[in-house]
Design a protein around this ligand. Structure first.
Ligand code: MLT
Length: 264
């Protein structure tokens, strides 16, 4: 389904009944990463998955995309869907940065938060330099340059060597991202604020899910967030990398199911 936004649109999907649960994907990915959740959890919650601007089937808006802008897009979609009850948000990696912007900007719309494969801190100087180099490279060499560099680190070493179909699916999802989407996201992930001071202020339940073998964001980041969020729980999923929802969907879905039930 399409939601008209400014001079373009964003695409989203819905399935299920219950408390609204909004899934926000990472970079450079799309709502397609949530297929096992959209198909596996319709009895647990009213599921919504969205393609952020410039990603998946959404319109390739001109960047840059601040995390606040992406959070505002999500809020505008929720308003358009007439969702008034408090929601659960589940953000993966960059989607987690967007979830933190939602916490900052719209704390009253949230009932619970799921932070997966993400971190609260800002980019280091080295990470900022890498973002700048990636912007130049994607403009010069296209999306495949980013995909080929990032794909081997997207999943656990185990999945990389033994799950070729899954790796191929992730490759295709990444390749669907527009150059404008990649640049727009890189520019403002680079400049995103430090959300660490926010953590101790969060006053609803938070579930942190992290792949034990995540090579892009270490599990130590998840442990650090757990220590600072008052009502939080961390589930480390073995034999999973940056995309535990795709690598170990049953364990991931079970964690979400239990969390959502605990909010009833
Ligand atoms: C993501 O998966 O969204 C990215 O790895 C996040 C980042 O580059 O900081």
């Amino acid at each position: 389904m399409k939601f008209k936004l400014d001079n373009g649109f964003i695409v989203y999907e819905r399935n299920g009944i219950g408390i609204p649960l909004l899934f926000i994907h990472g970079y450079p990915l799309s709502r397609r990463i949530w297929k096992p959740q959209m198909e596996g959890l319709p009895d647990a919650a009213s599921l919504i998955s969205v393609d952020l601007r410039g990603h998946g089937e959404s319109y390739p808006f001109e960047g840059p995309y601040t995390m606040d802008l992406l959070a505002d897009d999500c809020k505008r979609l929720l308003d358009d869907l007439n969702i008034k009850s408090p929601i659960v948000v589940c953000g993966l990696s960059m989607g987690g940065y967007v979830a933190m912007a939602l916490i900052r900007r719209y704390p009253h719309i949230l009932r619970g938060v799921i932070l997966t494969s993400t971190r609260s801190g800002p980019d280091s100087s080295e990470a900022k330099r890498n973002r700048d180099a990636a912007i130049i490279n994607v403009r010069e060499h296209g999306v495949s340059f980013i995909v080929n560099n990032m794909l081997p680190k997207m999943v656990s070493p185990m999945a990389l060597s033994s799950k070729p179909k899954l790796v191929d699916t992730i490759h295709n999802i990444m390749m669907e991202t527009s150059v404008k989407g990649i640049v727009g996201a890189l520019q403002r992930m680079r400049d995103r604020p430090d959300s660490t001071p926010l953590l101790s202020q969060i006053n609803y339940p938070v579930l942190i899910i992290h792949g034990a073998d995540d090579q892009l964001i270490s599990i130590h980041e998840a442990e650090t967030m757990k220590q600072q969020i008052p009502d939080s729980r961390l589930i480390a999923i073995p034999e999973a990398g940056h995309l535990p929802n795709l690598e170990q969907p049953e364990k991931f879905n079970q964690a979400i199911r239990v969390f959502v039930q605990s909010l009833a």
